[in-house]
Design a protein around this ligand. Structure first.
Ligand code: 25A
Ligand code: L14
Length: 339
């Protein structure tokens, strides 16, 4: 009989943690014992798992005894403080935050792109940023076929990536604006309802936001290609869930639109939706609740040599966070890398 594993979900009451629990069920992950960890604020609550109400426990350094896989999604500060305790207890920590992504001894893994990198982990494996994950899944087959010199990407990011408070704020502001034309602002620096905000996380001295900087550094690490050119503009839009991206690429060798379409049809984790004449193209309402990366609007960019445009949409709580993390756990199991 197959083994079952002891799992901890850190941030179990959060937007990403909730999807992790749902996915463990959906994918029939073999769970022996599940520990649902969150802050002291959530103690007394329960979360549903396989028909049982699991009590939330407070996250402490002692939370990981007997745990084999610890899925972290409670922000960088919690990951920095508690992932080492999980590793010391013998668990592999799969971390959704940005805390360890650029550490040289921490693999940054997207299973469709660089699954082999899980092999060199030393206890912590990092899950990339949601915007990076969906972009590299779509670009990997093109990268392998003809090489990619340069990527220019503009993101249209939903509020769910910021967590439950931001989801609630989009709803409450939308209602308030419709009722009175005004709304209270708490989560973002500006109102998000009926607005777009070209600002995700803090700004660096060079004028780029941290989200934009992460897309550059993470893409280079995942492709093991420090030379690849990338420039990003990351924008928050009043969409509840699923990120969209306008991606322009310059390839090393020429490739036709038809060939890119063919590559997308056989790419793992990708669904091609590209029939504009039938109003068919990816949108957040299509991607929401699904694990795939949806690609469409594939067309030649005649303004530069070997250039193409694509439109890429995916559920940021699923493939952008929880699904990718659980696929990493599945890789560890199929590779016989857990005791
Ligand atoms: O780095 P930061 O600033 O800490 O950012 C953390 C943010 O990153 C998100 C996460 O959203 C959070 O907003 N996040 C993490 N990984 C992500 C990824 N890959 C990601 N977003 C996208 N992609 P979240 O809401 O999904 O998750 C929050 C979870 O973290 C738990 N947590 C927070 N502090 C903790 C902790 N767990 C242990 N120890 C701590 N010190 C958090 O649990 C949640 O599970 P919680 O118990 O703190 O909150 C449960 C409920 O409380 C509400 N709430 C949140 N903040 C406050 C609050 N209520 C009152 N006051 C607050 N300040 C929440 O609505 C939640 O329902
Ligand atoms: O994982 O959308 O680096 O506010 C940080 C920004 C997750 C999404 C990360 C957002 C992201 C988050």
């Amino acid at each position: 009989m197959a083994n079952a594993y002891n799992i901890a979900v850190v941030g179990a009451t959060g937007a990403v943690g909730g999807v992790m629990l749902k996915l463990l069920e959906e994918r029939n992950f073999l769970v022996n014992n599940l520990r649902a960890l969150a802050s002291e604020r959530s103690v007394g609550q329960t979360v549903p798992f396989e028909g049982v109400d699991i009590e939330i426990e407070e996250l402490t350094p002692d939370s990981f005894e007997g745990v084999q896989i610890a899925l972290f999604s409670a922000g960088s500060a919690r990951s920095k403080e508690f992932a080492p305790a999980a590793v010391a207890a013998g668990a592999v920590a799969i971390d959704n935050s940005s805390a360890f992504r650029q550490e040289p001894n921490v693999p940054l893994v997207v299973p469709e792109v660089n699954p082999e990198d899980v092999k060199w982990h030393e206890g912590i494996i990092a899950n990339p940023n949601c915007s990076t994950i969906q972009m590299v899944v779509a670009l990997k087959p093109i990268y392998d076929a003809v090489g990619i010199e340069r990527i220019i990407v503009t993101t249209f990011q939903s509020v769910s990536g910021t967590g439950n408070k931001a989801i609630a704020e989009l709803f409450s502001q939308s209602e308030a604006v419709l009722e009175s034309g005004e709304a209270e602002v708490n989560v973002y620096p500006h109102r998000i309802a009926f607005n777009v905000i070209p600002h995700i996380e803090h700004f660096h001295d060079n004028g780029y936001s941290n989200e934009e900087v992460k897309m550059v550094n993470e893409t280079r690490k995942i492709f093991s290609d420090p030379e690849i050119g990338l420039s990003a503009t990351c924008v928050r839009v009043p969409v509840y869930n699923a990120h969209s991206e306008a991606v322009n690429i310059q390839t090393t060798r020429p490739i036709s639109v038809d060939e890119v379409r063919r590559l997308m049809l056989s790419a793992p984790g990708v669904v091609l939706l590209d029939d504009p004449s039938a109003n068919e193209y990816p949108m957040p309402v299509i991607a929401e609740g699904k694990d795939d990366v949806f690609v469409g609007r594939i067309r030649t960019d005649d303004s530069a040599e070997n250039s193409l445009n694509l439109w890429v949409v995916s559920d940021n709580l699923r493939k952008g966070a929880a699904t990718n993390a659980i696929q990493i756990a599945e890789l560890l199991i199929s590779g016989g890398m857990l005791d």
